[in-house]
Design a protein around this ligand. Structure first.
Ligand code: ADP
Ligand code: MG
Length: 755
């Protein structure tokens, strides 16, 4: 990397500006500020459509003043200046929005706004920066910063036509630092840095092939473009650079992982796996058999397997993983299964014991079942909330090798858990586990263990290449026979309040015919925001826009109270389940539901993944609009599992046509997980794609959008593979190597270095 980029900012823009930038943006070097790219560009000659301005976040917009009036405040000293601004959309009926003249106006209030009173005169155009909020039915801004555009001193001598076409960069601003203040500092930086001397992280042949701007020129044009094509060319270049840096990092990691030495875990002729296959009550689907073969082959190699297994809910991933675990146990190693929640870990433990049947060895009692002719395997559950004695015993069994299969949550990552000979790690439901956590687990083995990551969230190809670029991918794309379809219906209480009662009589019918019902709520109690176990990332439901309407959302406690009084459910045994209950209560509740004593379970999303109760046929999701698409899809996958058709009711109080109801429409329209995940990505706002849970922090992608830029990602991936293939240490590409280090945050870098 160019030394210039690592230089402290104050050397180039002075102490005062540097201090401001550090305080508000946390940026301290020349390179960081050069890489602080505009989020978008406004056209100086055009007003910003006010209807498209997002609410409740810092925005920058251009508008024209319609009117201004100032009056003294009654209750205290000072004055209030009201300014109405417009985007002219109201007047321009040609746009045909039909929503009337109100659409394009916004009311601004300034307290003691002397400058506003003097400068914001009717007819003037200005750039405004602040939070747009809805107040009493009108859109408003309070005390925003503004910059008059008509007399901008920064552009003397430009002819008006050129000036009107000139894009204005809009930077991610804060309440205290406007976009144009940032722009000003960056223009100083552009003057003081020797842009021509910056070294290019892109290999010359690639830059030439793509016809890219030189890197210094690209920095100038992305920050100070004179025309739209200027910033577009610059952005294309940096976008490709971002893709190449990321793909090279992944390629380097793959190469490092592949060169590691693992213990080969070859199948043995008459072992547990063979006995297990003989007792399996069904035949494997073609997909399960094929993936099983791949896994078996890779486990038999002395380089570590690193594989992602994708498959719809219910596609039978667990059996596939279990067979891989048995192969490892057969060859003398241990396997660990990591689940995202304690409930799920306990469920896995139960269902794996059930599936293994006589092949489970318990404590010191039996050395396996004589009838099956092999030694059994000890299956050990190890979670953070287990009683100390039990946990100590479990840890002892893991460390001594007595436990062949260890099942747990992130508690398995804690430092005092060790294994005798950990050969395989299976991570269930990847979307809750970041790379760092995978690495922490890998560090548990003396030699790198084999790794199998399972996810039921279908992942589009480019996302897989980006987020899971260090893993090879297998897909289970058929469901085992006997899976019944799930029908999904939206229950819109806004248009049909009477349906509220119908939900519970419908539940009663289901229960009367011997089946069971899940009721899912977005909250636990009346004063909380959801249900996250410690260490878990926030489910996407929390990403959904905040409820400015302040409606009361369904909570587990309130719904349980309500249902106890509900005539349609009189006499029905029901129970609450949520993450704040203690582990014993949770597993007891789950057990009562599994054994059909509890007929109706009111829970949070703790049942989102993996929970497997065949007799449950109806799922009612209350305030379903509070959940994300993939979460809803996961949730409804809990019903229709036992050959009985499943029904999912998405209950919402939002009006039809509300943006959040689009997610429900999508979920109701298809059960194809891949289609849904594409839809999900489309509906989510930028930056959410990798999600906090994937990257261990905020999204690391800046210019790259995994769906839009599939071609860029694919090209960069090929380049990266070629570059790293020829030169794994990137010795010939020091600038690219440095860009990788710079790009990844320190933790991420640690995982790359460690490999
Ligand atoms: P996933 O983890 O992919 O959601 P599971 O492994 O939990 O799916 O499997 C769902 C259900 O289907 C389980 O009850 C399992 O026993 C059953 N199952 C798995 N494979 C088959 C198969 N080949 N034929 C019939 N049932 C199967
Ligand atoms: Mg599963």
């Amino acid at each position: 990397m160019s030394a210039e980029l690592e230089l402290a900012l104050e050397r180039r823009i002075g102490k005062r500006s540097a201090a401001v930038i550090e305080k508000h943006l946390g940026i301290t070097t020349v390179g960081e500020l050069l890489n602080y790219f505009p989020r978008r560009y406004l056209s100086r000659g055009e007003l910003t459509p006010i209807s498209e301005v997002p609410r409740d976040e810092e925005v920058t917009l251009i508008a024209r003043v319609v009117s201004s009036s100032t009056r003294a405040m009654r209750a205290r000293r000072g004055s209030l200046t009201d300014v109405v601004i417009t985007d002219d959309a109201g007047a321009a009926t040609a746009k045909g929005g039909g929503s009337g003249a109100r659409a394009g106006t916004l009311k601004i209030s300034f307290f003691n706004g002397y400058r506003a009173k003097a400068e914001l005169l009717p007819g003037r155009r200005a750039m405004f920066s602040g939070k747009v909020t809805m107040f009493g039915g009108t859109l408003g801004l309070t005390n925003p910063d503004f910059l008059l555009l008509d007399e901008d001193p920064d552009t003397p001598g430009l002819d008006p036509e050129k000036l009107a076409a000139m894009p204005i960069p809009v930077y991610p601003a804060t309440a205290k630092l406007t976009s144009w203040s940032i722009q000003k500092v960056i223009s100083t930086l552009l003057e003081t840095v020797e842009l021509g001397d910056l070294e290019d992280p892109l290999p010359a042949d690639i830059a030439a092939r793509e016809n890219f701007l030189p890197v210094g020129e690209a920095y100038r044009l992305i920050h100070a473009p004179e025309t739209q094509p200027d910033w577009q060319r610059a952005r294309d270049r940096f976008r490709f650079q971002e893709a190449l840096v990321l793909q090279s990092a992944l390629a380097r990691r793959r190469a490092q992982l592949a060169s590691e030495e693992a213990t080969a875990r070859r199948p043995v002729p008459n072992g547990l796996l063979a006995a297990f296959d003989r007792q399996l009550p069904f035949t494997l689907t073609a997909g399960q058999a094929a993936v099983g073969k791949t896994l078996s082959g890779e486990l038999s190699q002395d380089s570590p397997m690193n594989r992602l297994l994708q498959g719809e809910v219910g596609s039978g991933k667990t059996i596939v993983a279990l067979r891989a675990m048995l192969q490892v146990v057969d060859s003398g190693g241990q396997a660990a299964l990591l689940a995202p929640t304690e409930v799920l870990a306990a469920q896995h433990s139960e269902s794996i014991r059930r599936t293994l049947g006589p092949l489970v060895r318990d404590g010191l009692l039996a050395g396996g079942d004589a009838a099956v002719g092999v030694d059994g395997v000890q299956v050990t559950l190890l979670t953070g909330s287990m009683p100390t004695a039990a946990r100590k015993q479990a840890m002892l069994d893991a460390a001594s090798g007595t436990a062949g299969i260890v099942i747990g949550t992130h508690a398995l990552l804690s430092e005092n858990v060790s294994f005798y000979d950990l050969g395989l790690i299976v991570v269930d439901e990847q979307h809750r586990f970041g790379v760092e956590q995978r690495d922490a687990l890998r560090a548990k083995a003396r030699k790198p263990p084999h790794l199998l990551v399972m996810t039921a969230t279908p992942i589009p190809r480019t996302v897989a290449m980006t987020v899971f670029g260090d893993l090879e991918t297998s897909v289970l794309d058929e469901l085992p026979a006997g899976r019944a379809p799930i029908s999904t219906h939206i229950v819109g209480l806004a248009e049909n309040p009477a349906w509220a009662a119908r939900i519970w009589s419908r539940s009663r019918e289901e229960i009367d015919s011997g089946h069971q019902v899940y009721v899912v709520c977005p909250k636990i109690g009346t004063d909380d925001d959801g249900d996250f176990s410690p260490g878990e990332a926030e489910p996407s439901g929390a990403e959904v826009e905040s409820d400015s309407a302040g409606r009361e959302l369904a909570s587990v406690t309130a719904v349980v109270e309500h249902l106890k009084e509900e005539p349609a459910l009189a006499g029905v045994p029901l129970a609450p389940l949520h993450g704040r209950q203690d582990a014993v209560l949770k597993s007891e509740t789950m057990a009562s539901f599994t054994t059909n004593q509890v007929k109706l379970l009111v829970s949070t999303t703790v049942i989102e993944v993996g929970v497997d109760v065949h007799n449950a046929t109806l799922m009612v999701i209350l305030d379903a609009d509070r959940f994300g698409i993939s979460q809803l899809h996961q949730l409804r996958g809990r019903v229709g599992r036992g050959g009985l058709p499943g029904t999912c009711l998405l209950v919402t109080t939002l009006e039809p046509g509300h943006p959040s109801r689009r997610r429900l429409d999508a979920v109701a329209a298809t059960t194809d997980g891949f289609e849904l995940s594409q839809e999900d990505l489309k509906l989510r706002r930028e930056g959410d794609i990798l999600g906090a849970s994937q990257s261990g922090g905020r999204s690391t992608l800046r210019l790259l959008r995994v769906l839009e830029h599939e071609d860029v990602i694919a090209r960069a991936r090929e380049d990266a593979q070629r570059i790293v293939g020829l030169d794994p240490q990137l010795l010939a590409h020091p600038v690219l190597a440095a860009a990788i280090d710079e790009y990844l945050n320190p933790e991420k870098e640690a995982f790359l270095e460690r490999g």
